[in-house]
Design a protein around this ligand. Structure first.
Ligand code: NAG
Ligand code: NAG
Ligand code: NAG
Length: 441
């Protein structure tokens, strides 16, 4: 999509250049003609008494202005105009748009992100910004799926906060004028039988005073409601689940406590003081802070990049992985030994799994493993035998993407080099919240 956007911009620039060429030709000619007229104006009689001069003037009138008219009417840069269509052809943009809109709907609901807050975010900098025009089209998309409450929510913000965008003047020309946003907001309100519909139409009418269709539409609606008044349909209030509350960070997590410990089970740990944060009491879930080196992380990322097709797997939409045997390299052997030491276990799985995820829905990663047909050894019985799990974060996640065990009010944000360790059945409740930016690893 980015490449396509680049091509489209290049094309628009070429169009501007073609326009500029035309303007230059016109402007230069105007200048020359004016110079000639200036000369003639010095002494018009003398000028015209010269038959050659008068011939030139008449010929110019007779022929050149008609040519100018033809030239002025000639479309500019038809090639560029046609190219837009050919660039967009076969791209299934409508389907992609609907899918992307769906993702925004899911995520904004999950994290309870309000349209009004999203439009107010910094247009150039915030990763959570939506423009009024974006909101408008999200609203139309909702309207199409008969979700009028969602439609009213997005369309209302588009119309009311229209001027927040520095591009709002452009919307009048390419995009949607404000009156139309108010009208469509009004239409959504009408579906909900809300009295605010009059205000919305009123606003639309003020912005487009001579629009007869608008008045007609409002009059029809007034007639209908007078004859058959309806109770307004109230907003459905969704109560967030415990997990949503956790992922949003609304719950204050149980305060963890930090300590520092030498664990003497292997030569590495003998000498390494490790910082540990207890996330769930009785050591059901705890976090080793910064206990995997940057170089080791790079090594694992590299292993993931080069993953062979045999070892690659897909757990769910947007969640892919690579299975790596402990014998893969010295680094993986060393890490296995270290993590096993951290967990104070004698035996560990002989494989690790690197999982990359960018999911708009929360998921319980260990349960996905149990369900995956690719790992029969983890199905049912094998799974029950697992005493604990360790999750090494290879990426930071700051926007969404928290790791939660909601029943225990545990929430931790992935941070490169941290290792999350969970024991017993609580391990399998570990849920990864949807990420809003980037992907988790
Ligand atoms: C047209 O030419 C005049 C001078 O002849 C110049 O001042 C003006 O900027 C030019 N306009 C454009 C659009 O190039
Ligand atoms: C958006 O519009 C609402 C309603 O008019 C207004 O209360 C709010 O302040 C606006 N938001 C911003 C950031 O201007
Ligand atoms: C695992 O599979 C079962 C049965 O197919 C399904 O009900 C369950 O939702 C799946 N669990 C996950 C986490 O996908």
């Amino acid at each position: 999509w980015l490449n396509l956007e680049r091509d489209l911009l290049q094309n628009l620039q070429e169009y501007a250049e073609k326009l500029e060429e035309k303007i230059d030709i016109i402007n230069d000619s105007v200048k020359e003609y004016k110079e000639e007229i200036a000369e003639a104006n010095e002494d018009p009689e003398l000028y015209l008494s010269n038959p050659i001069n008068s011939f030139r003037l008449i010929r110019h009138m007779h022929q050149d202005w008609v040519s100018w008219q033809i030239y002025m009417e000639k479309p500019v840069a038809e090639e560029q105009v046609a190219k837009i269509e050919s660039l967009l052809q076969g791209r299934h943009i409508k389907i992609e748009f609907q899918r992307a809109a769906e993702d925004v709907e899911i995520l904004t609901k999950f994290y309870d992100l309000k349209p009004q807050e999203l439009v107010a975010k910094d247009e150039g900098k915030s990763p959570l910004h939506l423009s009024p025009l974006d909101c408008y089209h999200l609203g139309l998309d909702r309207y199409e799926t008969a979700d009028y409450q969602g439609a009213a929510k997005w369309l209302g913000v588009a119309a009311k906060n229209f001027t927040l965008s520095k591009y709002s003047e452009l919307y009048e020309m390419i995009g949607v004028p404000r009156w139309q946003m108010y009208r469509d907001y009004g239409r959504a309100l009408r579906q909900l039988d809300r009295p605010e519909v009059y205000d919305a139409y009123q606003k639309a009418n003020e912005l487009s005073p001579h629009n007869v269709h608008l008045m007609e539409e409002l009059r029809m609606f007034e007639l209908l409601t007078l004859r058959d008044p309806m109770e307004p349909i109230p907003d459905e209030i969704e109560t967030p689940t415990k997990m949503q509350e956790m992922c949003r960070g609304n719950f204050s997590p149980e305060p963890g406590h930090l300590f520092c410990e030498y664990i003497t089970v292997n030569p590495f740990l003998d000498f390494a003081p490790l910082r540990i944060e207890v996330l769930v009491d009785e050591l059901f879930a705890f976090l080793y802070l910064g206990s995997v080196y940057e170089s080791e992380i790079e090594h694992l990322k590299d292993a993931f990049e080069r993953c062979s097709p045999v070892d690659t797997f897909v757990l769910d939409e947007g969640i892919t992985g690579c299975s790596i045997s402990d014998g893969y390299s010295r680094v993986t052997r060393r890490l296995k030994e270290r993590i096993q030491g951290m967990m104070v276990l004698d035996k560990g799985s002989d494989r690790s799994y690197i999982v990359q995820y960018a999911s708009v829905k929360p998921f319980q990663v260990y349960k996905l493993f149990r369900n995956a047909t690719k790992f029969p050894e983890l199905n049912s019985e094998g799974f029950e035998e697992i005493e604990g799990t360790a999750m090494v974060f290879l990426n930071d996640e700051s926007l969404g993407g928290g790791i939660t065990i909601s029943d225990y009010k545990m929430l931790t944000q992935p941070k490169k080099g941290n290792v999350l360790i969970t024991f017993d059945e609580i391990a399998f409740e570990t849920t990864i919240c949807p990420n809003l930016e980037g992907s988790g690893l």
